[in-house]
Design a protein around this ligand. Structure first.
Ligand code: 3PG
Length: 209
């Protein structure tokens, strides 16, 4: 996860409906200083979108998000994904994501899930859905009993509350879809995506206060 966090304080969670949007959205994010994309496996074109970004935008680290089955982990690897993100942390998913050899973030929302990921040998994990699962209060509460865990919270995070998460010592980065709004992609408004990405530079500064 350090590779992700070092890239940007915000990992953009991207839903692509039209594969033609994949490369321009990745370029737009990179132009705004965010050279990382979590391309969610929620649409039929998602694997092709990962393939296109991996081939045509080498400056961007592209990963697969919404990995919910072992098969998806394998397909994402084959498509060129450089990291994996799952909303959950079942034993079979942890095994399959580990088998790819890629860095990955498994999803946690309870202390038992956090412990399961730690038992699997990983200290980095997603906290999802962050706002609905207790937000910054949850993360502050688990810092003392589970000090090894480091989180990338996602779900309900926006430019308004991201800094509060990044201020926490057990948060390495946050994830969110607000950099790539559906209407901006539909309108091919890449300048807006670049501007939203550029605005996250302030969050890095806020997180380092
Ligand atoms: C995810 O998969 O991480 C979430 O769907 C992103 O949540 P958001 O849309 O609330 O940012």
């Amino acid at each position: 996860m350090d590779a992700l966090a070092d890239r940007a304080p915000v990992v953009p969670v991207v839903v692509v409906d039209d594969v033609a949007h994949a490369v321009p959205v990745a370029r737009a994010l990179a132009a705004g200083g965010v050279p990382v994309v979590e391309l969610t496996l929620r649409t039929p074109v998602a694997l092709d979108a990962i393939r296109a970004i991996a081939a045509e935008v080498p400056e961007v680290l592209v990963g697969a998000g919404t990995v919910t089955t072992p098969e998806q982990a394998e397909l994402a690897l084959a498509a060129g994904a450089q990291f994996l993100v799952s909303p959950g942390a079942t034993a079979s998913l942890l095994g399959a994501m580990g088998d790819t050899g890629l860095p990955y973030l498994a999803g946690t929302a309870t202390v038992s899930e956090v412990l399961a990921v730690l038992e699997s040998g990983r200290t980095e994990m997603k906290f999802f859905p962050a706002e609905a699962s207790g937000g910054t209060a949850f993360l502050s509460s688990v810092a003392s009993p589970v000090p090894a865990a480091r989180f990338c919270p996602t779900g309900g995070i926006t430019s308004r509350n991201a800094a509060a998460y990044l201020d926490l010592p057990n948060v390495a980065c946050v994830g969110g879809s607000w950099l790539t709004p559906k209407d901006a992609l539909a309108a091919a408004d890449w300048a807006r995506v670049t501007a939203l990405a550029a605005a996250t530079a302030d969050l890095r500064a806020a997180g380092q206060d």
